[in-house]
Design a protein around this ligand. Structure first.
Ligand code: AGP
Length: 618
């Protein structure tokens, strides 16, 4: 939540900061603001409720001076409504020479605020953030050195925070502190950057440093220093960003979501690349740190994730249990963290997260490690906290996902889950190698098959447009189709703000069938009629049961399924594949359906209301 940008260097600061905020706006769009120290030595701030466009308009009306140092923020509101006054930056001190931005929540802000109010400080906002601005300004007045003052105050803050500060009296330095919220440094030539993630500066540099927990950054144009909160120097660990800036731009598409749906063949192919050979054999270098004995000793896998990533985990559960014969449970990270799960040294915890910064998932993995488990991350973002804090990482190579609604990250996560299942099955000798190779070879065909589904996406989109006035849409699936049904419903809720539920088709008669009335749209993910588990006739029976009660049925079925056409008003066919791999195909029409329905309602599909891409608070 919240995007943060800092810059010091010779470029036009406002342009750098606004462009960075544009790339981070997916992290929150309740308000945006910037502060710069102008060449006249004066600190100036502009901030505005609403999207970044409002801030740009406000700056056009009331320009900022040229400058070589500045900070910018895009907000997802926690403390205080999304107003101009609560927008960041917040100013500190009676002279208002200090400007501060913050991502996170300062949990002890009430007691710190009481202390400041007692000393006569007058607050201009309802935020927790402003407390930090006044505390640092007061401490600076006391100790006379901005870095020392900053270090003294951040140690007093509890909760989750990344904070950036600039001050008129020390106009060549941006100070930053990181505790439980993301922060990355971009290293330039005579210029340096700070960002919540690398998207903030990737157009300027690909050299980056991921800032660790409880560390302070002292950023100047020609020098970057890292220290612990206790003042100990920290050796920086530099990495190279493998995204390029164009990957994070719309490139002619109507929305990032539309582009990211279209990116999926590439996202899946890139996630497979170098890991699956053409003969179907697999090598996951990333988990070479686990010996064959380690892998054989695993007696339980717990997958922790939230939202869409948890549905990728559900699909992985089916694959891993079937191929590798290890029991798998999928837990929402925020539930796992606050109960007493049975975790032993033989438990492998798999944390799935696009951003690698979801606080619930980070807390779950920390908890799992405290309990003695080893943690394997499936993550899309280099340098993310989750990657740093896990024993091993399988990166999904989906490229930057900007739209809040996850699409290509999901298909890349499902792909990574399959790779993990195949690798474990092979290492444990749980499924004959010939069978695993057959699955591997089919997996390699999936990018081309996804392209075929995309070629026919207009049908799903037309249905979405047609159903723009629906009050509710239900989704049914079975086996690996069940998590896809839930994902279809989530996409519709978050994009179109209409009631949508995903059910296991077999559960229908245990209650949800009461929801069916004349005209109720129901999208059914139909299993392959070739599936040896014979789920197809059961789902066809479910379709008949709901149609008898007036449901309008849209089926997602595999090509060649002639039977289903008799029972559904519309059928969207996807290419045949192994039933276990079908989610990579069946989810695509659901994405197109939700995109079109929300677009028909005139909604912003990239930035749905109340949401943020990366949920960095618990
Ligand atoms: C999906 O469309 C969501 N926006 C959301 O459920 C997301 O998948 C979830 O918040 C997890 O995010 P992560 O993958 O970055 O951890």
């Amino acid at each position: 939540m919240c995007g943060i940008v800092g810059y010091v260097g010779p470029k036009a600061t406002l342009d750098v900061v606004l462009a960075g905020l544009g790339r981070l706006e997916y992290r929150g769009y309740d308000s945006a603001g910037v502060s710069v120290i102008g060449e006249n030595g004066k600190l100036e701030t502009r901030k505005k409720a609403g999207k970044l466009a409002n801030l740009r308009n406000s700056i056009a009306e009331n320009p900022l001076p040229s400058s070589h140092i500045g900070i910018g923020h895009t907000r997802w509101a926690t403390h205080g409504a999304p107003t101009d006054g609560n927008a960041h930056p917040h100013l500190g001190g009676t002279d208002l020479k200090l400007s501060l931005i913050h991502n996170g929540i300062i949990e002890n802000f009430a007691e710190l605020k009481a202390e400041l109010v007692a000393a006569g400080t007058v607050f201009a906002s309802e935020t927790d953030t402003e407390v930090a601005a006044h505390l640092i300004a007061a401490e600076y007045a006391r100790v006379g050195n901005l870095t020392d003052a900053f270090a003294n105050v951040v140690k007093r803050l509890h909760g989750a925070f990344t904070i950036l500060v600039i001050h008129e009296d020390e106009p060549d330095v941006v100070l930053a502190a990181r505790c439980n919220a993301p922060l990355v440094i971009g290293l330039g030539d005579g210029e340096n950057f700070l960002g919540s993630d690398v998207a903030a500066f990737v157009e300027h540099t690909k050299r980056a440093i991921s800032v660790g927990q409880n560390q302070i950054v002292i950023l100047r144009a020609d020098k970057v220093e890292l220290r612990t909160f206790d003042g100990e120097p920290v050796e920086a660990c530099e990495f190279t960003v493998d995204w390029d800036a164009s990957a994070a731009s719309k490139g002619g598409w109507s929305s990032f979501m539309a582009k990211e749906i279209a990116d999926q063949p590439q996202a899946v192919a890139d996630t497979l690349m170098g890991r699956l050979r053409s003969d179907g054999s697999i090598w996951l270098d990333e988990i070479s740190g686990f010996s064959t004995d380690d892998l054989k000793a695993i007696d339980r896998i717990i997958i922790v994730a939230c939202g869409t990533a948890s549905y990728a985990g559900d699909v992985a559960k089916y694959a891993i249990e079937k191929w590798a014969h290890v029991p798998v449970q999928v837990e929402l990270s925020h539930e796992f963290r606050y109960r007493s799960p049975i975790v032993t040294p033989n438990t492998l915890v798999v944390a799935i997260s696009q951003s690698g910064e979801t606080m619930d998932t980070l807390m779950a993995t920390r908890y799992a490690r405290e309990l003695g488990a080893r943690v394997l991350a499936i993550c899309n973002t280099q340098g993310a906290t989750l990657a740093r804090e896990s024993d091993a990482v399988i990166y999904t190579h989906a490229g930057p996902e900007v739209a809040v609604a996850s699409t290509k990250a999901l298909t890349a996560q499902i792909t990574a889950g399959y790779l993990l299942g195949l690798f474990l099955a092979s290492a444990r000798g749980a499924t004959p190698r010939t069978e695993l190779a057959k699955i591997g070879r089919e997996l390699l065909k999936l990018p081309a098959k996804i392209t075929k589904v995309l070629d026919g996406l207009e049908q799903a989109k037309a249905l979405g447009t047609e159903m723009a006035n629906a009050k509710s849409v239900l989704f049914l699936g079975r086996n690996v189709g069940y998590p896809i049904a839930m994902e279809g419903a989530l996409k519709l809720k978050e994009l179109a703000y209409i009631h949508a539920e995903g059910f296991a088709a077999g559960e229908l008669k245990h209650g949800p069938i009461a929801l069916i009335e004349a005209g109720q749209p129901v999208i059914v993910i139909v299993p392959s009629p070739r599936d040896v588990d014979s789920l197809h006739p059961k789902v066809v029976s479910n379709i008949q049961e709901i149609r008898a009660r007036g449901a309008r049925v849209i089926a997602i079925a595999e090509q060649g399924d002639t039977e289903v056409s008799q029972y559904a008003e519309d059928v969207i066919f996807v290419p045949q594949t192994l039933p276990m791999l079908a989610p990579l195909l069946t989810v695509i029409p659901l994405q197109g359906f939700a995109l079109a329905l929300a677009t028909a309602l005139g909604l912003d599909v990239d930035q749905p209301r109340n949401l943020a891409k990366s949920v960095t608070v618990e």
